[in-house]
Design a protein around this ligand. Structure first.
Ligand code: SF4
Length: 328
């Protein structure tokens, strides 16, 4: 046990360490969100970005980091936070307005009782998430139109993207993740995911530092997300046991070699013929470069003896620094 004289020193040290950790995390969040915005051209001059707020840690983090980036971004854009109150029993509808008002954020609360609709239409014990998310999506699109928003920002992060990829592989028989930017099915909206590069542990940590007033996400009482939770636990377990595996999987999603998959819609296998002409882009049948490298002796800190080659960094885009730094 510390002596009384030692206690203030150690608690001051701990506070100092926590402050330094928070500053590091803030810089990382800003850098990675800015990088995703740049890489996928998510936000452009004059955009009005609708930030969808559920009241969970990810949507608070998204709004918070976008507000920090807004102060020094190379383009001017505005933000409006939007929450859809679906009238789930026990939803604390005062929490978000109080927070947003206190922060001075422009916001809109859309109240529509989709909860009753879903309960009425879907028989007891059947899956509710499909209808619920279709209704929510349609409402959010109509709100975006009404508010004149040019982009709709969602708080999905890297781990959501990896979970979606796994779920689609396990249950949907498809290699399909979650795009960082997409045009909505009605062709009218551009949806962006600025947290695409952010691991969930960082949004959790940031929410703790910032003490966001989190609204629990289990109000609808649905069990439909059970498989997502199981896959999430599996990925977290991998991350603990084999550090770097999730990063490697995520990089893989950005480097798809379509000729080495088996989708004839992506590659014309039927008409593949020898050309007799060497090509630097051509395939190496047994991939000696990749295999040699993959099974090279482990570098210090590597796990499983697997080394992943990283492509040389691309030249920085114009204004990259302004996008990837924080205002504070
Ligand atoms: S978990 Fe609940 S709120 Fe979320 S999509 Fe499913 S039914 Fe809707």
């Amino acid at each position: 046990m510390n002596t009384i004289a030692e206690q203030p020193v150690s608690s001051a040290k701990a506070a100092d360490k926590a402050r330094r950790e928070a500053i590091k995390l803030e810089k990382r969040l800003c850098r990675e969100v800015g990088r995703a915005i740049l890489d996928f051209n998510m936000i452009e001059e004059g955009d009005k970005v609708m930030v969808c707020m559920s009241g969970g840690k990810d949507s608070y983090t998204l709004l918070d980091i976008l507000r920090r980036l807004q102060k020094r971004a190379p383009v001017r854009f505005s933000l409006v936070a939007v929450n859809l109150d679906q009238k789930q029993p026990g939803f604390p509808d005062h929490v978000l307005p109080e927070y947003l008002r206190a922060q001075g954020v422009d916001f809109h609360i859309e109240t529509q009782d989709t909860y009753s609709v879903v309960k009425r239409v879907i028989p007891e014990g059947k899956t509710t998430c499909g209808l619920c998310s279709r209704l929510r999506r349609a409402i959010l699109y109509s709100v975006a139109e009404r508010l004149g928003c040019t982009k709709i920002a969602l708080g999905h992060h890297r781990d959501d993207i990896l979970q979606t990829l796994m779920l689609n592989m396990f249950f949907g028989g498809r290699m399909k993740g979650m795009p960082p930017k997409l045009v909505s099915d009605d062709g009218k909206h551009v949806v962006i995911r600025p947290l695409a590069y952010i691991p969930e542990k960082d949004t959790r940590q940031w929410a703790e530092y910032q003490q966001f007033p989190i609204i629990p996400c289990n109000l609808c009482g649905s069990q439909d997300n059970l498989q997502r939770q199981i896959v999430g636990d599996m990925l977290r377990d991998w991350d603990r046991q084999y550090p770097g595996r999730l990063e490697s999987m995520f990089r893989a999603m950005q480097h798809v070699v379509t000729t080495h998959m088996m989708d004839p819609k992506l590659h014309d296998f039927r008409h593949a013929r020898a050309t007799g002409v060497a090509s630097p882009e051509g395939d190496i049948a047994f991939d000696p470069d990749t295999f040699t490298e993959s099974f090279a002796p482990a570098a210090a800190g590597d796990t499983l003896g697997i080394r992943v080659s990283v492509a040389p960094a691309a030249p920085a885009a114009p204004h990259a620094e302004a996008w990837t730094a924080c205002s504070s």
